[in-house]
Ligand binder design. Structure first.
Ligand code: FES
Ligand code: FE
Length: 390
């Protein structure tokens, strides 16, 4: 079925910008190329919403840390002595030096600034500073690291840089409920109890919104995802799983599992329901997470938008502990979505240069099956305070 053709029977091409068009416009090109708009997004999207930062199990023991970019800030996410997870701005309170320059690592008891050796405990308190004792009554609690709100869910640490974070239930879980109908449907996958089978990091030369928009539609699936449409034949029709709230895309009869060649996968996650078996669900959790659920594993993408034209995507393939623990071969399982990722990110990189073209000054158009991208654009415009003119 070609929904586009039914709307534009003659050419199937985008209408000339000067002619009236029944198709909804996308965002104008400068939303993908203008550093000033990206700065607005950093401030009003990534620094104010809950942001999925780190897989909690990566912080294996007290002192383990990871640094991540959240909006304009570098954030240290680390495990404290009492096993809780804490997050701090990666900035020394003395004269502003970056405390940790490594992406991940481990400190023994404290974070020490490499500049003048101010030392912070794993709870962020200032515990030592050379010669500070000679200073009159300095209140050390006042000079601790700047704390960032944290929340753990699905085995990931979500951080929020806002002074008063939005409701996690509304912002994060709300998007999942919108897609699946209820929260139990994702609980069934016991995501927090799964083990990390593979992680692949993609450095994508494209604006973060191109990646979200791509993930929100399956109009492209028939063109660029031959392996995926083999396993999920309904995607060959250009429908995204997102349309079927609470339904999920059904595996093709030939597919034994969600693998690159349709061969057998692994044991079904025990609490996955019979209704969820042999189905694929895809969820976009704004602003930067994609979750894919299949009966034997979960694929979770975290995006780190670094510039208007660069986004790093960390993708985790999560399996039942015995699959990871016994060293079973997950290659065919991982390969399917790794190819999908490569195909998708190639498409995004192919699109990014077009955003600077004069042709795209007013944007492109959305076909009817992409209407939820229009809803994403409306949300984004409102969020950053740039409403359409006229
Ligand atoms: Fe960190 Fe001086 S800037 S101790
Ligand atoms: Fe895709």
């Amino acid at each position: 079925m070609t929904t586009f053709a039914s709307e534009s029977p003659n050419t199937g091409e985008a209408a000339n910008a000067d002619e009236p068009s029944s198709l909804i416009s996308t965002l104008p090109g400068d939303y993908y190329t203008d550093p000033a708009i990206f700065a607005l997004e950093q401030e009003r999207v990534f620094e104010t919403m809950w942001f999925c930062a780190v897989r909690a199990a990566d912080l294996t023991k007290p002192g383990s840390f990871r640094t991540v970019q959240v909006g304009r800030e570098s954030v240290i996410v680390s495990r404290a002595r009492d096993d809780s997870v804490k997050a701090f701005l990666n900035v020394c309170r003395h004269r502003g030096a970056r405390l940790c320059t490594d992406e991940s690592g481990e400190v023994k008891r404290a974070f020490q600034c490499p500049y003048h050796a101010w030392t912070y405990g794993l709870d962020g308190r200032l515990i030592a500073a050379p010669n500070l004792t000679s200073m009159p009554d300095i209140d050390r609690t006042e000079y601790g690291l700047s704390r960032v709100h944290v929340r753990e869910w699905l085995g990931y640490v979500w951080v929020c840089l806002a002074d008063t974070p939005p409701s996690f239930e509304e912002q994060v879980m709300g998007d999942v409920i919108d897609r699946l109908g209820d929260i139990e449907s994702i609980d069934n996958y016991a995501v927090a109890d799964l083990g990390l089978g593979r992680r692949i990091t993609y450095d994508v030369k494209a604006n973060w919104k191109l990646i979200i928009e791509n993930f929100m539609e399956c109009y492209h699936c028939a063109t660029i995802h031959p392996e995926l449409t083999e396993v999920l034949p309904e995607f060959a029709d250009g429908y995204a799983a997102q349309y079927y709230v609470g339904h999920g895309a059904v595996f093709g009869e030939q597919a034994k599992g969600f693998t690159v060649d349709g061969s057998e996968g692994f044991d079904r996650i025990p609490s996955v329901s019979a209704e969820q078996d042999r189905r694929y669900y895809a969820i976009t959790v704004r602003p930067q997470v994609f979750v894919n659920l299949v009966p034997d594993h979960v694929i979770l993408h975290r995006m780190f938008p670094l510039a208007h034209d660069r986004t790093v995507v960390e993708c985790d393939w999560l399996y039942l502990p015995h699959v990871v623990g016994s060293g079973m071969d997950v290659d065919r399982s991982v390969e399917l979505f790794h190819r999908v990722n490569q195909q998708d990110f190639d498409a995004c990189e192919r699109t990014q240069p077009g955003m600077s073209s004069r042709v795209y000054r007013k944007g492109g158009v959305l076909v009817p099956s992409e209407h939820h991208i229009g809803a994403f654009h409306a949300w984004l415009r409102e969020r950053i305070g740039r409403l359409p003119v006229g």
